[in-house]
Design a protein around this ligand. Structure first.
Ligand code: HEC
Ligand code: HEC
Ligand code: HEC
Ligand code: HEC
Ligand code: HEC
Ligand code: HEC
Ligand code: HEC
Ligand code: HEC
Ligand code: HEC
Ligand code: HEC
Ligand code: HEC
Ligand code: HEC
Ligand code: HEC
Length: 442
């Protein structure tokens, strides 16, 4: 419509100051309009009447034309208040709050450039933060906000995260192809990032982990109160050491496959408040007989990566000592997967291979007031021997040897605890000496 009415608005400058249509803008009168870089169409055409009416013949008083509520601008331009969310000044017809009706040095005859336009009315708090978002830093408020109206909250040009993905194409691609997208990332990037700026890197709304705790309140409770915290949670990028906040190929937003993740840090000796812990990666490489859950690459079957109240961030109880009075609660970790009957029944012909005939040797060793704990004989992760029997076990300052050997129908050992002994599953209920057992050796 505008284009039809004013297809080629004649420029006052082209005609020369003495030939201006209405003779209002001349070299001496209202000359400033033409000096500006951006002159409004009708003004450039010397048209003052569309907007001004002379109050009386001979009076040099030209009131802006009254418009019955609507701004005069809608005479020629499409309405700007048709979206669901209309900007305050637009719904009030305050077009000239932002646009000079005649001319200005800025594009669209704006009264100011970039953020300066907005801070005429809004607090100037967006560009003064420590970490300011790229487009905000250069005053491109209208990269995201429509200055007039739109159908989206705060008059965004696109709804939700789509707004951010307009520019962040790498994230858009990652979200399209990733197996798992963290739900808030799909909805609103600004549940974690300020679109403008904050005191934190990446314009985060808070530092990690507090940022995560805004939604994951249960984790806050757990992590703030655990007796055995995990160094991975309390140092470095904290939650983001292990979780990708946006997209992941693995469940639970993990950055890597679960076991690779653990071994990405535990590939060296690490100091902890309760002593050094060994290089686990090397341990697994050097000890071929891996425990079931390790073969499933599931470290979280036993450990809580976020910390726990138990020894070594274990999910359930496991005694740290060599001796402990027998109580199934003490072994809740192992009995979470293995039957406690393995230890509880004094006689058995099926529950365990650690028996001499039907005499349960687990019962003999473990089911005592001064019972040996599982650690006395077993490695929990991996060992060089069948049945995860260890080479040796720390006993005070001494590494007590075990010297276990598996036999076809039982086993034998020469531990630092007693004279060498062997047991046979289908033999008599009598422990033999290794010499006697030798014939049946594997
Ligand atoms: C698109 C509408 C429009 C056109 C065309 C227009 N004006 Fe205006 N003019 C206004 C409005 C609206 C105001 C009141 C501005 C305000 O209140 O901020 C105004 C105010 C003025 C004022 C007083 C304040 C000022 O900015 O100096 C003068 C003088 C003026 N116009 C001259 C002119 C002349 C001369 C022309 C033609 C060359 C012209 N106008 C064309 C809308 C227009
Ligand atoms: C009499 C008709 C008329 C009125 C009334 C009018 N305009 Fe315009 N406006 C035009 C013409 C003609 C152009 C130049 C069109 C072009 O360049 O495509 C224009 C251009 C503009 C532009 C620049 C558009 C662009 O794409 O560069 C803005 C912004 C603008 N007008 C705002 C206003 C505002 C605000 C008002 C009310 C204060 C108003 N106009 C009133 C006719 C009018
Ligand atoms: C809060 C400031 C602000 C107000 C108020 C405002 N505008 Fe604008 N307007 C802008 C900005 C910034 C642009 C340029 C960029 C854009 O459209 O995103 C613009 C562009 C325009 C354009 C040219 C581009 C387009 O969208 O067609 C027109 C015409 C226009 N405005 C008319 C109006 C009218 C009519 C009103 C009053 C109903 C009005 N504006 C009120 C800031 C404002
Ligand atoms: C003439 C004064 C004025 C100017 C200039 C102005 N605004 Fe506003 N703005 C308001 C008013 C009044 C409100 C409150 C009413 C509303 O929500 O629209 C508002 C509201 C907003 C809101 C919504 C706030 C909320 O909490 O929902 C946003 C976003 C906004 N303005 C952005 C901008 C941007 C970006 C600019 C610069 C292009 C700008 N404003 C320029 C007056 C202005
Ligand atoms: C990258 C896109 C983007 C840019 C650029 C941007 N904003 Fe926003 N703005 C948003 C989003 C998204 C929200 C909603 C935030 C929320 O709800 O927490 C918002 C909210 C607002 C609000 C209302 C809430 C508040 O923080 O006061 C105002 C006012 C505002 N913006 C003004 C501005 C101004 C002024 C600029 C330029 C200095 C600007 N915005 C630049 C995306 C942007
Ligand atoms: C108009 C384009 C544009 C839009 C829209 C946009 N951004 Fe940005 N964003 C940028 C640019 C440019 C940078 C700076 C890039 C750089 O320095 O590498 C940036 C940087 C960032 C950064 C910091 C990156 C870093 O490595 O420091 C974050 C976080 C960010 N944007 C989030 C958002 C969010 C959230 C939204 C939506 C509310 C959004 N962006 C919308 C252009 C945009
Ligand atoms: C759940 C919170 C959360 C949400 C939602 C979120 N981010 Fe992030 N984002 C972060 C955290 C935390 C970092 C810092 C990562 C780091 O330190 O390695 C970050 C970093 C970034 C960075 C800079 C580093 C990089 O990965 O390139 C960009 C850009 C970014 N986010 C964009 C986005 C966009 C775009 C969205 C929405 C599509 C979004 N973010 C949604 C939490 C979030
Ligand atoms: C705005 C809220 C919000 C924030 C902030 C947030 N998350 Fe989430 N997160 C969710 C929602 C919603 C889900 C999906 C529901 C669920 O499984 O709990 C989710 C799921 C997860 C999951 C997968 C849970 C599962 O069972 O599959 C992990 C892991 C996760 N978030 C980690 C984080 C980390 C790390 C941070 C901080 C960088 C963070 N979240 C920040 C809302 C949030
Ligand atoms: C050492 C790596 C690591 C760190 C650091 C870490 N997580 Fe996790 N997180 C995991 C693993 C592994 C899982 C999956 C556990 C499972 O499958 O049982 C997980 C699961 C989750 C879940 C899903 C619910 C659950 O418990 O299974 C949420 C939510 C979560 N983490 C949030 C966080 C938050 C918040 C932080 C920071 C305070 C954080 N994580 C730090 C490794 C980590
Ligand atoms: C980002 C590096 C990092 C990752 C990934 C990591 N850890 Fe750790 N872990 C540490 C550090 C550092 C310590 C020692 C500091 C501490 O906990 O006091 C530690 C300590 C431990 C401890 C001993 C805790 C104690 O104090 O007794 C165990 C057990 C453990 N990690 C298991 C795991 C498991 C299982 C995973 C995978 C889910 C894992 N770690 C992933 C860094 C990491
Ligand atoms: C079957 C349960 C179980 C699984 C599965 C498991 N652990 Fe453990 N882990 C333990 C127990 C029990 C301890 C305490 C051993 C001790 O005190 O002698 C422990 C201790 C640790 C320690 C401390 C060093 C040490 O030897 O005491 C680290 C580090 C560790 N585990 C990492 C891992 C990693 C990495 C995985 C996955 C590859 C994993 N664990 C899987 C039960 C398990
Ligand atoms: C998350 C479940 C789980 C937990 C907890 C667990 N185990 Fe296991 N364990 C297994 C699986 C699975 C196997 C393999 C069974 C198979 O291969 O038939 C296994 C096998 C064993 C074996 C026999 C290996 C063989 O070669 O037959 C021993 C010994 C063992 N576990 C000891 C323990 C001890 C001691 C604990 C407590 C520290 C424990 N387990 C905790 C799942 C678990
Ligand atoms: C005194 C040494 C010793 C102690 C203590 C011990 N075990 Fe064993 N365990 C063995 C031997 C030896 C075998 C191998 C039996 C065979 O197959 O010949 C074994 C086998 C196992 C097996 C494989 C299935 C079976 O019973 O044959 C499991 C599971 C197991 N033990 C769990 C435990 C748990 C849990 C504890 C602690 C509650 C524990 N053990 C304590 C020596 C011990």
């Amino acid at each position: 419509m505008v284009a039809a009415l004013f297809a080629n608005p004649p420029s006052p400058l082209a005609k020369g100051p003495d030939k201006v249509g209405t003779e209002c803008a001349t070299a001496t009168c209202h000359a400033n309009f033409a000096k500006k870089a951006h002159v409004h169409g009708p003004v450039a055409g010397g048209e003052c009447e569309p907007c001004h009416v002379q109050k009386g013949a001979g009076l040099h008083e030209f009131k802006p034309r009254p418009q019955g509520g609507d701004p005069i601008c809608y005479d020629c331009h499409d309405r700007k208040d048709q979206g669901k969310v209309v900007h305050g000044p637009v719904s009030e017809g305050g077009c000239t709050d932002c646009h000079d009706p005649h001319a200005s040095d800025f594009e669209y005859q704006l009264v100011a450039d970039g953020a300066a336009l907005c801070v005429n009315c809004h607090e100037d708090d967006k560009t003064t933060q420590k970490h300011v978002h790229g487009p905000v830093a250069v005053g491109e408020c209208i990269a995201c906000h429509d200055p007039h109206s739109s159908n989206n909250e705060v008059r965004l040009k696109k709804p939700g995260s789509e707004m951010c993905l307009e520019c962040h194409e790498d994230k858009k691609e990652a979200m399209a192809s990733a197996a798992h997208v963290h739900p808030p990332v799909k909805e609103k990037c600004w549940s974690c990032h300020s679109p403008h700026g904050t005191a934190y890197e990446f314009q985060l709304l808070d530092e990690v982990p507090k940022l995560c705790f805004r939604c994951h309140k249960d984790k806050a409770k757990q992590i703030e109160n655990v007796k055995t915290p995990h160094g991975a949670v309390t140092t470095g990028k904290r939650c983001v050491n292990c979780h990708d906040p946006h997209t992941s190929e693995f469940p639970k937003q993990l950055k890597m496959a679960p076991m690779d993740l653990c071994l990405s840090c535990h590939d060296k000796q690490v100091e902890t408040p309760s002593g050094a812990i060994p290089d686990m990666k090397k341990w697994f490489a050097d000890h071929a007989d891996h425990h079931g859950p390790i073969r499933d690459k599931d470290c979280s079957a036993c450990h809580d990566p976020h910390g726990s109240d138990n020894l070594r961030i274990l999910k359930r109880a496991f005694p740290p000592e060599f001796y402990a009075p027998f109580d199934p609660q003490n072994y809740a970790l192992c009995f979470g997967c293995h039957s406690p009957k393995l230890v509880e029944d004094p006689q058995t012909s099926s529950l365990t291979g650690f028996r001499d005939g039907t005499k349960n040797l687990h019962y003999v060793h473990v089911h005592q007031q001064k019972g040996r704990t599982c650690r006395a004989c077993h490695e929990v992760h991996a060992s060089a021997h069948p049945k995860h029997i260890r080479d040796s076990v720390p006993f005070g300052s001494w590494e007590l040897p075990i010297a276990f050997e598996k036999l076809d129908d039982g086993g034998q050992c020469a531990p630092g605890c007693h004279v060498p002994r062997a047991y046979h599953n289908d033999g008599e209920q009598k422990q033999t000496t290794p010499a006697e057992a030798g014939a049946k050796k594997k």
